[in-house]
Design a binder for this molecule. Structure first.
Ligand SMILES: Nc1nc2c(c(=O)[nH]1)N[C@H]1C(S)=C(S)[C@@H](COP(=O)(O)OP(=O)(O)OC[C@H]3O[C@@H](n4cnc5c(=O)[nH]c(N)nc54)[C@H](O)[C@@H]3O)O[C@H]1N2
Ligand SMILES: Nc1nc2c(c(=O)[nH]1)N[C@H]1C(S)=C(S)[C@@H](COP(=O)(O)OP(=O)(O)OC[C@H]3O[C@@H](n4cnc5c(=O)[nH]c(N)nc54)[C@H](O)[C@@H]3O)O[C@H]1N2
Ligand SMILES: [Mo]
Length: 816
C-alpha cells in the first residue's frame, strides 16, 4: 500500500512550511473548488469553540447522492474536523500515530490493519473518531455549575457530545439540580459501599461498550464476578450477538474465520448489510486490493451506498485523478430482511446445479467435516421460488444469476454487519449464510470463509476476555483457579433483560464502562424510566452524553482516559491491548497529554474498585490490585493463564507486534461444536410481512456520527446536509400514502404487544425520496430508537430489531 496522499505523505501535509496550505494545491490540481469550511482550516491554527445551538432542522438541505466514496473531499472534511477539535499541532501529532507500531489503535472501527509498518493509511471517519476524543474542548466543574441537569437534558446528542472531554469526577445528589465535583476517593468509596451494601449482587448491572481495552475489560469482569453476578450486558448484545449465536452453533466459534490476506485473495466477496464507505472505510482499500487481484464483489443492500460502488483511494493517483476503482460488480438491491431468502435461493441453485451437472459441491469437505447436509438440502429443496421472490423482491431468474456467480467462484467470503444482525430472524439468516459457504467447502482455506465485520474497535476483545452474561464453564473454572474464588454460574442479564429489570425496579446500582446506554438502547422512553428507578448510576466516560443527564436517583461521572491519551502509571507509560475483527491482538499506546491531571485510566478505576469492594472478604478474588494498577503487564500475565491463546502475551505484543488468536475453522478446519463438525442447519424461511399502509423502517448511521456521538450534521454520500430528521423513502410510497416530498411527518411505530397494538412516536421527520425498495424506509439512529419496542428482539440472540420497525406516517404540517 502506498503511504502517500496525492503524492504527499500525511507527515508532509503537516510539516509543510505553510502548515496545511498544502490543501490548496492538492485540491486545485484535483480540479475541485470550494470545499466547505476549507477557509477555516487555512486561517485557524486553533481549535474552535463548541456549538452553542442544537441542530436546527429547518436548515436541512437535500441534494444528489454521491456515486463514489472517499476521494479528496473526504481528506478535506477530516482535516477540517480535526483542526476544529484539536488545532493544527495536535492534529498532526495524532493523525500520524493512528495504527502505527508505536502508536495507538484507532478508536474508530475494528477493521484490521493492512500492514502496521507503513505510514498512516488515511481514513476520514477514523480521523473524525480520533478528533472527537483528542479534542481540546473541556467539560469541567465550571461547565456543570453553569448548566443544570434539566437544561442539559433539553439539548440534543450533537450538542452534548460536542462540549468536550470530561475532566474530573462529578456527583449528582438525590434531588440535586447540578452535578458538583467530588474527589476520586469519595466517589470510588461511594460506589464500593453501594455495591457492598446490596442484598443480592444481582441487583447490580454492569454495561460495557466496545472501546474498553482487554486489560480493563478483564479487570471489570473480575470485579463483577467477584461481587457475585454475571449481569454484564454489552453493546455486542445490540450488535453482532446474532453472528455469535449463529456461528457458535454452526462452526464452534463466535468470530469470523478469515484474515485480511483472505480478503485480498478471495475470488468472490459478498458484502451484505454493510455500509463500509462510512463505517469501515479502510475496508475499501482491502476490497480494492482484492479487485486488483481479480475478485468479483457482490453488494447486497436495500440502499445503493456510495462506498459499495466506487472507491477513490486518496493515497493513489488512480484514486485522486483517474476516478478510482469500481468495487461492486453486481448490486443486489434487496428488500429489508430478505437475505435469508437470498442465501436459500443461492443454496437451492447450487444443489440443483449439482444434481444436474455435478462438480459443484465439495463432497470431500462435506463428508469429512460437516453434519446435517441432508436435512438442509431437503429444506431448501422444498422452499418454493415464489416465496424466495416475494421475500427478496427479485425474480427467480435474477436469483439464479446471483447463484451462478457463487457456483463459478473458486473461493468465497461473505462479509456482513448490522443489516444482517438486527432482524427478528437474523440467527437463521446467518445460519443460511454458513450453509451456502459449507456447500463449496469455503471454510479454512485461502480466500474463503465468514467475515462478520465488527463495530467498536475492541468489542471482539472484550468478549474474548470475559465480558459476557453467559460465560462458558471452562472460562469460569480457569478464572476461579487463577484468583482462588468461586465465580457465579447463573447467567446474567443481556441488554434488553437489564432494561426490563431496571424498568421493574430490580436494579439498585447501574455502572457503565463507556458507551451511552440511554441513547444506544431500544425503546428510549422505557429506558429513561428504568434509569430513574435505579438508586445509583455510575458512568465511566470520556465525553458528556445523554446517559449522564438521564440518570438514577444519585449519579456519578468518572472521567477516564481514551486511546490517544498518555497513560502514565507506576512511573512509566502503560500500554493496553485490543483485538481486531479478525482475531489479531496488538498493543496501543497513547501519547497526548490527558485532558486534565485529574483523570484515571479505566484500569486504575477498576483496580481501586476491586480493592475497595473486596476488602476483608474471604470469598473474593485474590490479586495484588495495586500492582495491577501500576503495571498492566501483570494483568496480561493473569489473562495469559486464564484464556487459551494468550500464552506469552506480553512478550508477543512487545515492539508493536501483532499475534493471531487460535481459530479452529480457519487454522485447521477444526470445529469445536458439540458434535465436532461444521453444522448445516435446516431453517424455515422467514421474512418480514409489512401490514397494509405501513412501512418497514431500518435505523442506521449517517456519515457524520459514531453511534450516538454526532460529529456533524451531514450525511454527505446520501446527499443530506445540515440536519438529521429525515426519512429516506421510495417516491412511489410517498405518493401512494398521500404525501408529498418534503412533508414533515411523525413516525408512529406499531407493535403487537400482549395487550394489543402499542404505539410509539418520533416527531417531525422530513420525507426524502430515495432509491430504496418499495415500503422499505430508512432513518437515523439514535433519533429513532424511541420507536424500537423493547420486546422486538431477534430469536436466540435477543438483539433489538433495529433494522425492521413497522411504522406508519402521520402528517404534521404542510410541505416546506
Ligand atoms: N464512522 C463510523 N464508523 C462506525 C460506526 C459509526 O457509527 N460511525 N459504528 C461502528 C459500529 S458499533 C458498528 S456495529 C458498525 C456498523 O456498520 P454498518 O452495519 O455498516 O452500519 P449501519 O449504518 O447500521 O448500516 C447498515 C447497512 O445495512 C443495510 N441494511 C439494512 N437492513 C438490511 C437488510 O435487511 N439486508 C441487507 N442486505 N442490508 C441491510 C443498510 O442499508 C446499511 O447500508 O460500524 C462501526 N464503525
Ligand atoms: N436504533 C439503533 N440502535 C442501535 C444500533 C442501530 O444500528 N440502530 N446499533 C447498535 C450498536 S451496533 C451498538 S455497538 C450500540 C453502541 O452503543 P454504545 O457503545 O453504548 O454507544 P457509543 O455511542 O459508541 O458510546 C459513546 C460514548 O462512549 C464513551 N467513550 C468513548 N470512548 C471511551 C473510552 O475509551 N472509554 C470509556 N470509558 N468511555 C468511552 C463516550 O463518553 C461516548 O459518549 O448501539 C446500538 N444501538
Ligand atoms: Mo456495533
Amino acid at each position: 500500500m502506498s503511504p502517500f496522499l496525492h503524492g504527499l505523505s500525511v507527515s508532509q501535509v503537516f510539516r509543510s512550511p505553510r502548515g496545511i496550505g498544502w490543501v490548496d494545491r492538492g485540491f486545485h490540481s484535483a480540479g475541485r473548488r470550494g470545499a466547505p469550511g476549507c477557509e477555516r482550516v487555512y486561517h485557524g491554527g486553533m481549535a474552535t469553540k463548541p456549538p452553542t445551538e442544537d441542530i436546527d432542522e429547518t436548515r436541512l438541505r437535500v441534494d444528489e447522492r454521491e456515486h463514489y466514496a472517499v476521494g479528496v473531499p473526504a481528506v478535506l472534511h477530516a482535516l477540517k474536523i480535526s483542526v476544529e477539535q484539536m488545532g493544527v499541532v495536535r492534529s498532526a501529532q495524532t493523525l500520524l500515530r493512528v495504527n502505527q507500531k508505536s502508536g495507538f489503535d484507532c478508536p474508530g472501527c475494528a477493521w484490521p490493519e493492512e500492514d502496521r509498518r507503513h505510514a498512516a493509511e488515511f481514513c476520514e471517519n477514523g480521523a473524525k473518531a480520533v478528533a472527537e476524543e483528542a479534542t481540546l474542548r473541556r467539560v469541567g466543574a465550571s461547565f456543570f455549575a453553569q448548566h443544570s441537569v434539566a437544561e442539559l437534558e433539553e439539548h440534543d446528542d450533537y450538542w452534548l457530545g460536542q462540549q468536550g472531554r470530561l475532566t474530573e469526577p462529578m456527583v449528582l445528589e438525590e434531588g440535586g439540580t447540578h452535578y458538583r465535583p467530588i474527589s476520586w476517593e469519595a466517589a470510588l468509596a461511594e460506589v464500593a459501599t453501594a455495591l457492598r451494601g446490596l442484598d443480592d449482587p444481582n441487583e447490580a448491572v454492569f454495561y460495557t461498550s466496545g472501546r474498553t481495552s482487554n486489560e480493563a475489560a478483564f479487570l471489570y469482569q473480575l470485579l463483577v464476578r467477584g461481587l457475585g453476578t454475571n449481569n454484564m450486558p454489552d453493546c455486542s448484545n445490540m450488535c453482532h450477538e446474532s453472528s455469535g449465536s449463529a456461528l457458535n452453533q454452526t462452526l464452534g466459534i463466535g468470530k469470523g474465520t478469515v484474515s485480511i490476506t483472505d480478503i485480498h485473495e478471495a475470488d468472490l466477496l459478498i458484502v451484505a448489510g454493510q455500509n463500509p464507505g462510512t463505517n469501515h472505510p479502510r475496508m475499501l482499500s482491502a476490497l480494492e486490493k482484492a479487485k486488483d487481484k481479480g475478485a468479483r464483489i457482490i453488494a447486497v443492500n436495500p440502499l445503493p451506498e456510495a462506498g459499495l460502488f466506487q472507491f477513490r483511494n486518496p493515497q493513489t493517483p488512480r484514486g485522486v485523478l483517474l476516478g478510482g476503482t469500481k468495487l461492486a460488480d453486481d448490486f443486489v438491491q434487496i428488500r429489508l430482511g430478505g437475505d435469508q431468502a437470498l442465501f436459500q435461493a443461492i443454496g437451492k441453485h447450487l444443489l440443483e446445479a449439482e444434481a444436474r451437472d455435478g462438480g459443484v459441491l465439495d463432497h470431500d469437505f462435506i463428508d469429512a467435516h460437516t453434519a446435517g447436509f441432508a436435512e438442509y438440502a431437503a429444506q431448501v429443496g422444498d422452499v418454493p421460488w415464489a416465496a424466495l421472490e416475494e421475500a427478496t423482491g427479485m425474480s427467480e431468474e435474477r436469483l439464479r444469476e446471483i447463484g451462478e456467480q457463487v457456483r463459478t467462484s473458486k473461493s468465497t467470503i461473505v462479509c456482513w454487519a448490522m443489516g444482517l444482525t438486527q432482524h427478528k430472524h437474523s440467527v437463521p439468516m446467518l445460519r443460511d449464510v454458513v450453509n451456502v459457504l459449507l456447500l463449496q467447502g469455503n471454510m479454512g482455506r485461502p480466500g474463503a470463509g465468514v467475515c462478520p465485520v465488527r463495530g467498536h474497535s475492541n468489542v471482539q476483545g472484550d468478549r474474548t476476555v470475559g465480558i459476557y452474561e453467559k460465560p462458558a464453564e471452562a472460562f469460569l473454572e480457569a478464572l476461579d483457579r487463577e484468583f482462588e474464588f468461586a465465580s457465579p454460574r447463573k447467567h446474567g442479564y443481556d441488554t434488553v433483560e437489564a432494561i426490563r429489570a431496571m424498568r421493574d425496579g430490580k436494579v439498585k446500582v447501574f455502572m457503565a464502562m463507556g458507551g451511552n446506554f440511554v441513547s444506544a438502547t431500544p425503546d428510549t422512553r422505557v429506558v429513561e424510566q428504568g434509569m430513574a428507578n435505579v438508586g445509583l448510576t455510575v458512568q465511566v466516560s470520556t465525553k458528556l452524553n445523554r446517559s449522564h443527564v438521564v440518570h438514577g436517583r444519585r449519579a456519578i461521572i468518572l472521567p477516564t482516559l481514551g486511546r490517544t491519551d498518555r497513560d502514565r502509571r507506576g512511573g512509566r507509560d502503560q500500554r493496553v491491548t485490543v483485538e481486531d475483527s479478525m482475531g489479531a491482538v496488538h498493543g496501543s499506546r497513547g501519547r497526548l497529554a490527558p485532558p486534565s491531571e485529574d483523570i484515571l485510566s479505566e484500569v486504575a478505576i477498576l483496580a481501586r474498585l476491586c480493592e475497595l469492594v473486596f476488602a476483608d472478604r474471604d470469598d473474593a478474588p485474590r490479586a495484588d490490585w495495586h500492582g495491577l494498577e501500576s503495571d498492566y503487564a501483570a494483568i496480561r500475565g493473569h489473562i495469559s493463564r486464564v484464556i487459551p491463546g494468550f500464552e506469552d502475551y506480553d512478550e508477543r505484543i512487545d515492539k508493536g507486534r501483532t499475534f493471531f488468536l487460535p481459530n479452529g475453522p480457519r487454522d485447521e478446519r477444526r470445529f469445536t461444536t458439540e458434535n465436532g463438525k461444521a453444522n448445516f442447519t435446516a431453517n424455515p424461511l422467514e421474512y418480514p410481512v409489512i401490514p397494509e399502509g405501513r412501512l418497514l423502517l431500518q435505523t442506521l448511521r449517517s456519515h457524520d456520527q459514531y453511534n450516538t456521538t454526532i460529529y456533524g450534521k451531514d450525511d454527505r454520500y446520501r446527499g443530506i446536509h445540515d440536519g438529521r430528521r429525515v426519512v429516506l423513502i421510495n417516491s412511489e410510497d410517498i405518493r401512494e400514502l398521500g404525501f408529498a416530498e418534503g412533508d414533515i411527518v411523525d413516525l408512529v411505530s406499531e407493535w403487537n404487544g400482549p395487550s394489543g397494538i402499542e404505539e410509539r412516536r418520533a416527531e417531525e421527520f422530513r420525507l426524502v425520496p430515495y432509491d430504496t425498495p418499495r415500503r422499505n424506509a430508512a432513518a437515523y439512529y439514535p433519533e429513532t430508537n424511541v420507536l424500537v419496542p423493547l420486546d422486538s428482539t431477534a430469536d436466540v440472540s435477543g438483539t433489538p430489531t433495529s433494522k425492521a420497525v413497522v411504522v406508519r406516517l402521520e402528517k404534521r404540517v404542510a410541505s416546506v
